[in-house]
Structure formats: C-alpha cells, structure tokens
Write a protein of this length. Structure first.
Lengths: 152, 717
C-alpha cells in the first residue's frame, strides 16, 4: 500500500507497486490532464510536481513516492501557475494541446525556482518537453511574459 | 493531402430548421464527458441548421465538421458563422459534429474528412451561409414576436434590436421560435469590406481547456469498467504471427485476456500498466516469409536503378533530350535520397468503444475520416452502420497520420474490441513504439535531377526523375508523388518530369504537405545550385525565372524584404531561401544558420511570408507557419525511420526518432500578404520551404550540397 498526497488530498494505491505514477494518476485517480507521450521520459507530456520538483511520472514507480506530495495540472495553484496559464492563454500557445499540461508544469517549476529566466534558463528547463506542433516559439515568449507579469 | 481519387460532389446540402441531429447522449458511466458529446453551451440548444445551435443562455455552438487537432478549425469555422450571424465572439462555442458523409462532407472531397489544408477553403462559403441562415431565422422570429417589419431589425454583437420601438434582445430568447422559422433558400452574405470578425486575431476557442488540463482527448475517456488493450506488433513489415505463448502474460495481475488479432497479439487488461506488462511477457514467433527483409540501404540501391529506365510521364515541355544534346552546355546533376518518416503525433493512435443498452456502439476517437472509421468498425463488429456512432474527439496532432483510406488503425482497434466480447467498454491504444514502428510513413523517395545551362548562362533544360511508393496505391501516375515538380513554377523552356512507382510491404501515407515534403526540397535546392552556377543571387535569380505578377514572386519579394536579404550578416552564418506553393497557398522562407556544436546546422532565425488569400484569423495562420517550420525542420535535420539488415525497424521512440526541441527552434517572423483571393489552407504549406532554405544556406556556408536526408546522417560526427 502506497500513500501519498495528490493535489492536496491523501491518496492510496494498493495495486502493482511497479505501476508508474502516470497510470495511477490517469487510470485509478482519473485525473487525465497528465498525458502519456512516450513512456520513457523522452517527451515530458507526463510531467507532474513531486515534492515541488518537476518529475516524469511515466518512469516513476508508484512505490517510490510513498509519503510524497504530488501535484498535477488539475491541482496547480499559486502566482507562478496563474501567471503561466494567463500568458499561455494570452498568446494562444497551444495547437493540438496534448503536450501543454507537461509544458506548463515544467514552466511553472522553472518560474518557482528562477523568477526571471533567461533564454538559456528556458532551454535548460524546457528541453525535456517535446511539442510536435512546435509551439516552442510561443512557449518561450509566454514564459517571458509570465515572468514579467510577476514582477509587477 | 490531395484526394485525387475521390470525386468531388456538388455542394453539400445545408440543412434547414427542424433537422434532427444525432448527437449522442453521454452514457452515465463516462466519467469525463467526451467533447463530441457535450454539445457546447450549458443551456438548452436549438438547431438553426446542421451547423449552428443557439442556446437559451445566448451561447452559439458551431458543429465543426472538421477535426480539431491544433490547426484551428473550431475557431476558424466558428468565426465564419459568427461573422454572418453578427454574434459576439464571447458567445461562440465549437464542438465536433456527428459523423455524416453527406451533411458534414468536406466539399473538396465529397465525404467527411479533414486534410489537404482544406478546412477553411471548403467551408468558407458554407459556414458563412450557415451563420447568415441562422441570423435570418432569428430576425424573422423577432419580427414576429415584436410585430415589426424584419427589415427594420438590426443585429450587432449578439444583440437583436428594433430602433423605432426600442426593443432589444439577445439570441437565446428567440432560439426556440427561430428554430421553427423557414430557412431562407439563399441568404445574403456580407461584402468582405463589412467584415468585423474575419481578418482579426480572435482568441482560439480551444485554448483554455488546453492550459488547465480539462481538454478531453480520446486517451482521457475513462468510463467505469474500462478495459485497456495493447497489441504486440512485429518488428518487420509484412510479418504475421506464427505462434505465441501467453502463459506468463496471463499471470500478470490485471490481465483479463490475450487474443490473436490479424495485426498481432492483443493483451486486454483492467488498466494500462497491466496491459503493457502483459504484452512485454508475451513470447511470439513471427512468420517472416512475406516480410520486407531488405535494409533501407538496399532499398535505396534498388530505387536508383530506376533512374535510367523509362518512367511515367508527369510533365513535358519542349524537348529535354534535344536540349541536352546541344553543344557548349554545362550540365549539372544531383541525386537526393529521402528516408521514411513517421508522423509521431504527441497522442499515439487510440480509440474507445462503449456498447449502449440497445447493442449499438459508440466509438470515441480522433477521427480524421470518420465515415471510413464507421464503415470499417460496423463491418468488423457485425453491426449495421447506423448502430455505430463515431464521436470525433480532439486529437493530439496527426500530421496526416489519422487520415487513412480503409481505416487500418480502426480495423485493428475494432478487431480487438470484437475479440474482447464487447461487454465492457474498451480502450485500444498504441504506445510510442507502436507509432514509430507502425508504418504508414512518408515514403522513401529518390530523385535524380539534371539541368542544362547554355553558353549564355541560361537554364535551358530541367529533367527530374522521382522514384518511390505511390501513396494512392496507383499503377499509373500518382500526382502525390510529383506535385510540386510536375508544375514547376520556373520558366524553363525544356522540362521533363517522370516517376516510378515502387511496391513494398511497408504501408505508405501522406505526411504533412505530402509530395511537397520531397519535391519542394529537390526543386528548391536544385534551382539554387543552378543559380549559383550561373552566378545569380538566389532571390533575384528565382524572380527572373518567375512570372513577375505571380504569387510565388510576391511572397519571395516579401520574405527577402523582411530579412533584409543581401545585407551583411554575422561572421560564420549564411542564409538560404526557398519558395513553395502547396494546397493553393504560397510560402517563402529565408533561414539564417551557422554550424552548430554537433557539426549540424544550427538555425537561428526564419523569416516567412505567406499568401493564403483572405486571412480569416491571422494569428492562427502565423501559428501554423511557426509550427510548420518547426515540424519540417525537425524532420529535415534529424529524422528517418530506417530498416536495418534483414529489414528490422531500427527506431522505436523519441530517443532515436528525434523531435525538434525548444533549444533547436529558431526565432520565426511571419508576414501575411494582404489578399482578396479565396482563402486557402495553412496547416501544411509552412512545411515544405524550410528544408531547402536550410540546405541552401548550408551549401553556401560549407560548400556541401545536401544529397541525403536527414542532414545529421551526413554531416554530424
């Protein structure tokens, strides 16, 4: 039995301990904002915050997160989250939208650590998130916009 | 894509009031209501016609006949309706229409489907008429209710007014009454000079749900009691199951059943991880007797052997053979080999099946040709087509992958559902590995180019031979193999383009911009080489070969102006240019590059000019150019699906089938040519020019022409 906090509520899982957190969140908790894209931590669509840090849930066995705090796109809150989501909406960043939960989770984690990121900081934090629609140009602009809006 | 083989039909029928639309009601056990089912606004909705519903709460819901997978039809088609309806943008909603090959036909295809960058082009007048019809019905209802002449009523930003009496209302109050009005046979459309919404950057209707995790894709449909199934596929094309041992797979906790299907061996489980673990535990022997066992290198060697054989004639002007026999010519030759490319949409293929109490079945999937999916599933499930409802869902990309004649993906998914017995809801999904190794690739092609330059420095002859699979499975000329080459825009007196169709067990498919993915590269790199030989500037030299008033010339001049072409640039950098027309839209791009740390091109900035006729939503057009540039650039730099020795597929996931990432994405500037021409598409046309623009810059920078793709396969250490 694994016990963890999911978006502020206590959650338990007593299935196969090898089950990746991604499938626990999606299949058992029915929180579907976190996406499957590759299963091998190559695309970042499954990014969640684990104890405040971005984490690829597709390669994280649920057994490893006992006692941890997990936040998904559905549970995102705080000034960085609001700034990022507002900037994403303002620039109409998403195209197909499938990767965007992961992009936003990575971007929020970046701004929590680096409030005014440089382009290199953005590359460093966001390179693990693939967008096949290649909305990267707007993702970068939206992160800068979000950072600026938080300064005010 | 260009669906050459589908006869276009007369304009689809614009249904009037009273039409009953078969919008399914979400089964109670669907936890997350699928988007195709929850119909727009929260209030009671009244159908004005097949495309427009007005809610008692004033919402206007557009039933979008095209799938939304990022290219923007929800917003685009809703804009067309809203413009003629004089609605306020804030009241607009969009959902996928039900499946109906007649009512919801793509007017360019004659059946329901999305592709060929045709959504706005085919629906431009139809959706405006749908909006104008609904407006006329609302006005008629108000006139009746207020007892005033209809022609004295005005509509603006969602408000219906009668100035003389001071009466005013929103749409919702008249929704019911309007739905009962007779639809005007031929509603008057606005003069484009009176447009207030078309041509503006309206915010996209689907953005919010895609930033807070609430947008529902097929994979996100998780009804109670759901089974999840994956299929073990062969690593060789054309291989079939010889035998299998499922002893260990059945021991995996959560595995419910293992069934052989025509495409492989299906593992059906209570949850996704159990299905994946069960699949890993299968022991399968494959029969390779009919499989492709040649490697990509062996296939390429076979392809080039066709170059000197007589081919299928695609274009012939003047006399190329005679032109090449002239004395004193300089002859330039190039051979280019293009690899197989996977589409790799972020959401791999998937579908959910739910049986209703009456035995009919709802299918939820990212249906690009929903009518084909319905036909195929009905046949496999032994149901009448009317008992199978295909509910189109938002899809995590496609790039052509989900548009398939005969719906081979649906054949697999429906076969698995049938094998499961069908009593529990079932989700069939592909993993990334299934996707990369699943075939239906942009085919491999080989091009041979030959050009002649006379003593006066004029390009007098152009010969091009194209060898590859026919996407349309044709024995004779396939236009999708030669488009962009057979209609060469450059005025060269002697032109000959031929093609050879190759048959392989590797299924081919269109990939974002279809034939232009390779013809655009071959034509635009070769013309650039010829211009270098004759000492002409790439922009000025192209313009000299183009009709001065052409839209090709227009975008080329604009991209040159945007980039300040010819200005001095940073040391160690070079610029290349390319211009390609595809799907009726014209795009020119200038790319500025340097040699990156890995020895491959590093693309710093791209200037892009596009002429797609009337620009319905400039912001979406720009986004499609940006995305098309990134998608095309990633493929040209990094991507190939290759067959190794013995025909085994060598790539499996994003570590070896790379996607462009944010640190590799250039800065992009886009300008749209102001035009009164009919609108044409933008989903694909941003893709073709980027590859040749980068390759041309690379040749300028390093002296080396790009003769094989991806570029990293020949340049990086």
């Amino acid at each position: 039995m694994v016990t963890f906090m999911l978006n502020g509520k206590q959650s338990t899982f007593d299935g196969d301990p090898e089950t990746p957190l991604l499938w626990v969140i999606r299949d058992f908790e029915k929180l579907t904002g976190t996406k499957y894209g590759c299963g091998v931590a190559q695309c970042g669509a499954c990014t969640v915050h684990l104890d405040g840090m971005p984490r690829r849930s597709c390669i994280t066995p649920v057994a490893m997160i006992d006692g941890s705090d997990v936040v998904t796109i559905e549970g995102l809150s705080g000034k960085e989250a609001e700034a990022v989501q507002a900037a994403w909406n303002g620039l109409d960043v998403p195209q197909c939208g499938y990767c965007q939960s992961g992009q936003i989770m990575s971007a929020v984690a970046l701004l929590q650590m680096v409030p005014s990121p440089t382009d290199d900081d953005i590359d460093g934090a966001m390179t693990g998130n693939i967008c096949r629609c290649a909305t990267y140009h707007r993702i970068r602009a939206a992160i800068h916009d979000a950072a600026k809006s938080m300064e005010g | 894509m260009t669906l050459h083989d589908i006869a276009p039909t007369r304009r689809a029928f614009l249904a009037g009031a009273g039409l009953v639309i078969g919008v399914a009601i979400a089964p109670r056990f669907v936890a997350a209501a699928p988007t195709g089912v929850a119909a727009g606004g929260p209030g009671e909705l009244k159908a004005m016609n097949a495309f427009v519903k007005i809610g008692t709460d004033d919402t206007v819901t557009v039933l979008c006949k095209h799938i939304e997978f990022g290219q923007g039809p929800f917003t685009g088609l809703a804009t067309l309706v809203a413009e003629e309806l004089d609605a306020d943008w804030g009241q607009m909603r969009a959902v996928h229409s039900p499946t109906d090959n007649k009512i919801y036909a793509n007017l360019a295809f004659g059946l329901q489907g999305t592709g060929g960058s045709s959504s706005i082009a085919n629906a431009y007048e139809q959706m405006r008429k749908a909006g104008a019809t609904a407006r006329a019905m609302l006005v008629a209802a108000a006139a009746e209710e207020w007892n005033v002449p209809a022609q004295e009523i005005t509509v603006e930003k969602g408000r219906i007014r009668h100035a003389a009496s001071g009466k005013e209302s929103g749409f919702g109050a008249f929704a019911d009454k309007a739905a009962k009005q007779a639809a005007p046979a031929d509603p008057k459309l606005k003069d484009p000079k009176d447009f207030v919404l078309i041509g503006t950057d309206l915010p996209k209707l689907d953005t919010r749900g895609k930033t807070d995790g609430t947008a529902i894709f097929t994979l996100d449909i998780v009804p109670d009691g759901l089974l999840t199934a994956v299929v073990a596929h062969p690593r060789h094309f054309g291989a079939v199951v010889k035998s299998f041992d499922d002893t260990d797979a059945r021991k995996v906790r959560g595995v419910v059943d293992v069934k052989q299907v025509p495409q492989g061996v299906a593992v059906i489980a209570d949850n996704t991880f159990s299905a994946l673990k069960g699949r890993d535990a299968l022991k399968i022997k494959w029969d390779l007797s009919k499989a492709e066992t040649r490697s990509s290198a062996e296939l390429a060697a076979e392809y080039v052997r066709h170059f000197d054989k007589p081919g299928l004639e695609a274009a012939k002007t003047g006399d190329v053979d005679a032109a090449f026999r002239q004395q004193g010519l300089e002859t330039v030759e190039a051979q280019i080999v293009f690899p197989f490319l996977a589409h790799a949409p972020m959401e791999p293929l998937d579908a959910v099946f739910i049986k209703a109490a009456d035995g009919s079945v709802d299918i939820y999937n990212g249906a690009q040709f929903p009518g084909f999916d319905q036909q195929v599933a009905a046949k496999i499930l032994s149901l009448d087509e009317t008992k199978v409802r295909v509910n189109t869902q938002l899809a995590g990309g496609s790039f052509g992958r989900k548009a398939q004649f005969g719906s081979p993906y649906m054949q697999e998914a429906a076969s698995v559902y049938a094998a499961s017995g069908g009593d529990r809801p079932l989700k069939h999904m592909w993993t990334r590995e299934d996707d990369i190794q699943g075939g239906f690739y942009r085919p491999m092609y080989a091009h041979k180019m030959r050009g002649a330059i006379d003593a006066g420095g004029r390009i007098t002859a152009w010969e091009q031979v194209i060898v590859g699979q026919s996407i349309m499975a044709k024995a004779d000329l396939d236009q999708t193999s030669v488009e962009g080459a057979s209609n060469l825009p450059y005025q060269i007196p002697n032109l000959k383009v031929t093609s050879h169709n190759i048959t392989l067990p590797i299924p081919p498919l269109w990939w974002r911009s279809v034939g232009h993915t390779h013809t655009g590269f071959a034509v635009e790199t070769f013309v650039d080489e010829l211009l270098t030989r004759v000492g002409r500037d790439p922009v000025e030299g192209r313009l000299a070969l183009l009709d001065k008033t052409s839209r090709h010339a227009g975008v080329l001049r604009k991209a040159a102006e945007m980039s300040d072409w010819g200005a001095s640039i940073e040391e160690g950098r070079a610029r290349g240019v390319a211009v390609v027309e595809s799907f009726g839209s014209f795009v020119a791009q200038v790319a500025e590059i340097s040699v990156g740390a890995d020895g491959a091109p590093r693309v710093h900035k791209v200037w892009c000019a596009v002429d797609c006729g009337v620009a319905v939503n400039p912001n979406i057009i720009k986004a499609q150019m940006e995305g098309g540039i990134g998608y095309g650039l990633g493929a040209v730099l990094f991507d190939a699906v290759t067959l190794g020795k013995g025909g085994k597929i060598m790539q499996s996931n994003f570590h070896d089938y790379r996607s462009i990432r944010i640190n590799e994405m250039p800065e992009v500037a886009v300008e749209i040519i102001r035009s009164k021409e009919k609108p044409t598409g933008v989903g694909e046309p941003g893709v073709p020019p980027i590859g040749p623009a980068v390759a041309n810059a690379w040749r300028k920078l390093t002296g080396a022409p790009v003769r094989q793709l991806p570029i990293v396969s020949v340049v990086s250490s």
